[in-house]
Design a protein around this ligand. Structure first.
Ligand code: 5GP
Ligand code: ZN
Length: 114
C-alpha cells in the first residue's frame, strides 16, 4: 500500500529505529514510547486491522506473536515479563491502519487498561 506509513517503514522508505527484520516481519521502536521498551512488530504484508483478518491469516498472526516473543527475549524482557497490545478500530484507539503488535515492557504495567 503506497500511502501507508508502516508499509513505507517496512520498505525502508521512512527511517525507523529497527530492532529486528526478516522476510515477513519488521520490528522497530515506537516514536512515542509508553514504556522503557516499546516496540511495534508488523507484518510486511499490508493488513488494515484485526477486523480484516480471515482464517487464511492464522499462520501470519501466529508467527507475528512468535516473532514478537523472540524480539522481547532479544531485548532482555523474558525474565521480567511484558505485554502485547493490538489496538483495533476507533474504540480500540488504533491510529495507524496497518496491523501492528505493541510490545511493551521494562516497567510494571498497570491493569486494567484505560
Ligand atoms: P496505534 O495507536 O495505531 O495502536 O499505534 C500506532 C503507534 O505508531 C503509536 O504508538 C505511534 O506512536 C506510532 N507511530 C506513528 N507513526 C510512527 C512513525 O512514523 N514511526 C514510529 N516509529 N512510530 C510511529
Ligand atoms: Zn501498510
Amino acid at each position: 500500500m503506497t500511502s501507508c506509513i508502516f508499509c513505507k517503514i517496512a520498505a525502508g522508505e521512512i527511517p525507523s529505529d529497527q530492532v529486528y527484520a526478516d522476510q515477513d516481519f519488521v520490528a522497530f521502536r515506537d516514536l512515542q514510547p509508553q514504556a522503557p521498551v516499546h516496540v511495534l512488530v508488523i507484518p510486511r504484508r499490508h493488513v488494515d486491522a484485526l477486523t480484516e483478518v480471515t482464517p487464511g491469516d492464522a499462520d501470519l498472526l501466529g508467527r507475528l506473536q512468535v516473532t514478537a516473543a523472540a524480539v522481547a527475549a532479544q531485548l532482555g524482557l523474558a525474565a521480567t515479563g511484558y505485554r502485547f497490545v493490538v489496538n483495533c478500530g476507533r474504540d480500540g484507539c488504533q491510529t495507524v491502519p496497518h496491523l501492528h503488535l505493541h510490545l511493551l515492557g521494562g516497567r510494571p504495567l498497570g491493569w486494567p487498561p484505560g
